[in-house]
Design a binder for this molecule. Structure first.
Ligand SMILES: Nc1ncnc2c1ncn2[C@@H]1O[C@H](COP(=O)(O)OP(=O)(O)O)[C@@H](O)[C@H]1O
Ligand SMILES: [Mg+2]
Length: 447
């Protein structure tokens, strides 16, 4: 990938100039055409022309300007410049071809010279370049002004949502040291389904059957893992097992969940405005959600004091709520939640917090991104109680790593612990029967 977007140098003959020189001259020519175009364009008139015609009309002007330059080039090269100048004037410049590509899920720009994309879960450097950091900054300003925000030295960080639902985060100097950094996480990007997760060995059929049953029976499931381990993806996949008739409220900092049910209210936090006013955090949204008669509340990621409100919600009837937490093991997940709850209410004795966590959260799913880039559930554990102020857990499913193949693929084995989980009683009450074979499931991976 990447080479598709390399600006094809229109200059031929007269020896072969160094690629960077060629690229410089290419940018120069494009910049020149762009400047001239701005000079002759009547922007007011442009905005009054129907959108479909704008491209065609401006395209003709660019072609004329290009002819005036008298630079020898093929029709294909000329068309390319016309397209790129149009992208610059009407769109987001060098980002346009990437934005038009639906298979690209993330676009990550680290300064003018490095543009990465993620597609099919893989990150790759592209040949897309900005002229310089000022050009990149200009495009960032264009993005944030579209959504009524601004970015400058006084306000060097912007987190915003584009009209199409994509999330944009930009940070500029002096906070970003190597030039402006921009991340675009596209909305509507393909979310990996549970079937695909079975296919790529994120989990086994038995694990999925068990988790689906838990979700359906309103057993609270917590998803734990590091950054990029696939927590949000798993939450999305599991949320599909929530029965259609339930009222679901989702709360996120960045709306990523794509629930299929009809009865969903989506909420998103809001950062403070330029005047440091108007911030709405997850905790406020959880409290609001509780007054909205939810059947379930899904908090995209628990990071702070909202943990307390979630906990109280779960212990007072909003069962089957779900969330994720950034942690390296189920035990670590509980310590983090405990710390978050204690931060929210310093008066609450730790003993009480632990008791409440143990009674609210029944199942913890531990995800990890392994060294070969694959995501796996390393453990599904259930909470069995509290002893000596420690939450007791037992593993129901585990992935044991054995080694690595010559090709660098992680080898291992998924296996059930062979014990019937206590939560089975809850499932049975809800009318769900799981055959014992589910918990004896084993699956060899790359062995
Ligand atoms: N089970 C999976 N199999 C393959 N790729 C995955 C899986 N889960 C997530 N990914 C990839 O990893 C990226 C990060 O996943 P995400 O769920 O956002 O992680 P987290 O919420 O833990 O930070 C996603 O864009 C997706 O492409
Ligand atoms: Mg996430």
């Amino acid at each position: 990938m990447g080479t598709n977007y390399r600006p094809q140098p229109p200059f031929r003959g007269g020896g072969t100039p160094a690629p960077s020189r060629t690229a410089d001259r290419y940018f120069e020519l494009k910049g020149e055409i762009h400047r001239k175009l701005i000079g002759v364009l009547n922007m007011e008139r442009v905005s009054s022309i129907p959108k479909e015609r704008v491209r065609a009309e401006i395209g003709r002007v660019v072609e004329r300007l290009l002819e005036d330059e008298r630079v020898p080039m093929t029709t294909a090269e000329q068309n390319k410049i016309v397209e790129e100048v149009l992208d610059e004037v009407l769109g987001l410049g060098p980002l346009e071809p990437l934005l038009k590509e639906p298979s690209i899920s993330d676009i990550l720009v680290n300064g003018s010279g490095k543009v990465y994309i993620e597609r099919n879960g893989k990150l790759a450097l592209t040949a897309v370049r900005f002229r310089d950091n000022a050009h990149l900054l200009h495009i960032i300003e264009k993005i944030v002004s579209q959504v009524g925000r601004r970015i400058d030295e006084a306000q060097p960080i912007v987190d915003a949502r584009l009209p199409d639902g994509s999330r944009v985060n930009a940070i500029i100097p002096p906070l970003a040291l190597d030039g402006p950094a921009l991340s675009i996480r596209r909305f509507g990007r393909h979310v990996i389904t549970s079937e695909e997760m079975l296919g790529n060995h994120t989990l086994t059929q038995g694990m999925l059957q068990f988790l689906a049953a838990c979700v359906e029976a309103r057993v609270t499931v917590l998803i734990s893992g590091g950054t990029g381990s696939g927590k949000t993806t798993m939450l999305n996949a599991l949320s599909r097992f929530i029965p259609e008739e339930e009222r679901i409220i989702t709360i996120e900092d960045t709306a990523e969940l794509q629930l299929q049910q009809r009865h969903v209210v989506k909420m998103e936090t809001r950062p403070a405005s330029v005047n440091k006013e108007g911030a709405i955090n997850q905790r406020q949204l959880v409290r609001t959600a509780l007054r909205m008669r939810p059947d379930r509340i899904i908090v995209g990621e628990c990071r702070g004091p909202e943990a307390l409100d979630m906990l109280q919600a779960m212990n007072t009837g909003v069962e089957g709520s779900m969330s994720t937490v950034h942690a390296n093991s189920p035990r670590d997940a509980f310590s983090r939640l405990e710390a978050m709850v204690l931060m929210a209410d310093l008066e609450m004795p730790s003993r009480v917090v632990i008791q409440q966590l143990a009674s609210a959260i029944k199942v913890v799913v531990q995800l990890s991104r392994l060294q070969d880039g694959s995501r796996k559930i390393l453990s599904i554990a259930e909470v069995t109680g509290v002893k000596d102020e420690r939450i007791q857990m037992q593993e129901i499913f585990t992935f044991d790593r054995v080694g690595v193949t010559d090709a660098g693929k992680v080898q291992g084995r998924f296996h059930g612990a062979g014990v019937a989980p206590r939560v089975l009683d809850r499932l049975r009450v809800a009318g769900i029967k799981l055959p014992p074979a589910v918990f004896e499931d084993t699956l060899a991976v790359n062995l």
